[in-house]
Design a protein around this ligand. Sequence first.
Ligand SMILES: NC(=O)c1ccc[n+]([C@@H]2O[C@H](COP(=O)([O-])OP(=O)(O)OC[C@H]3O[C@@H](n4cnc5c(N)ncnc54)[C@H](O)[C@@H]3O)[C@@H](O)[C@H]2O)c1
Length: 319
Amino acid sequence: MLPTNRGRPQQRPPPRSWSFSEMVDFSDPKRRPRHLSKLVMAALLTAMCVLMLTQPPCHRRPAPSVFSIHQPGVTHVLVTGGAGYIGSHAALRLLKDSFRVTIVDNLSRGNIGAIKVLQNLFPEPGRLQFIQADLGDPKAVNRIFAENAFDAVMHFAAVAYVGESTLEPLRYYHNITANTLVVLEAMATHNVKTLIYSSTCATYGEPEKMPITEETPQFPINPYGKAKKMAEDIILDFSKSKKADMAVMILRYFNVIGSDPEGRLGEAPRPELREHGRISGACFDAALGIIPGLKVRLTIAVCCAILLSERSIFWLLFF
Ligand SMILES: NC(=O)c1ccc[n+]([C@@H]2O[C@H](COP(=O)([O-])OP(=O)(O)OC[C@H]3O[C@@H](n4cnc5c(N)ncnc54)[C@H](O)[C@@H]3O)[C@@H](O)[C@H]2O)c1
């Protein structure tokens, strides 16, 4: 007969408490190096994954490309804020006129739909590229300039709501003034000598004499206008320095309205910004019956809106 333990209570081993040193057995000197190397590999792989995932998308672009080469007869323009209202129309016009265009936008306010429209219209290689990046990140901006051969910059990217600027002044000074400095520094470092800057009539404040001319003194009355005026001053001071040798144009308009005559692009104001008021938002609200109607008082703003309808803005920009 085989011996059995029946009838006698079985003695169970005491429950084991697991510790990390038991899971990974370092006591066997032969196995130790293998485990160690596996751990090191795993740590390395994890670190690489974390690094890749935390890099902004622009760092993941394959390089180099045709955009990184100066090509005779081709003018390569960097359009900042090209996913936004004015920037996307400017990019469309540049592309129509055979410029090579790079759009940089962080899509904080702009519309990826506008980029898609432009990409569909100009799918040929070397015409248009879009880089999602924030101009508040000097490293990213510097890298973009290092990887691309720009001939000129049109700087539209900005937060641009007067009401919002009074609530969040620091955001406006940072986004408008400080970011313009970042762009200028990158231009200086990478020898880009032509800048068109999208400023605003808000830099004039409430002028005593009408109409506003180039000679009208600039006394902005809100953080938006002040941030733009500071950015203008920085640009002008730098452009005057011998070292810079820059060609600069500053556009001061406000309450732009209208859209691409073929209806491919237009203004798409964000609903959450409606309360900060733009003339276009008020028009949309009136047209959709959200508000009963639109009272127009003939102020400077309205005069400018009428003067700078979509045709005249392009007249200003390109002729
Ligand atoms: N719309 C007007 O009536 C008007 C009038 C006068 C001046 N402007 C100026 O023209 C420019 C364009 O205005 P808009 O009406 O097209 O505005 P918009 O909001 O439609 O476009 C601005 C674009 O800039 C991008 N942007 C903002 N901050 C950025 C950042 N840190 N990095 C990268 N991209 C960023 C936004 O995502 C957006 O696509 C602005 O500089 C504005 O001050 C506009």
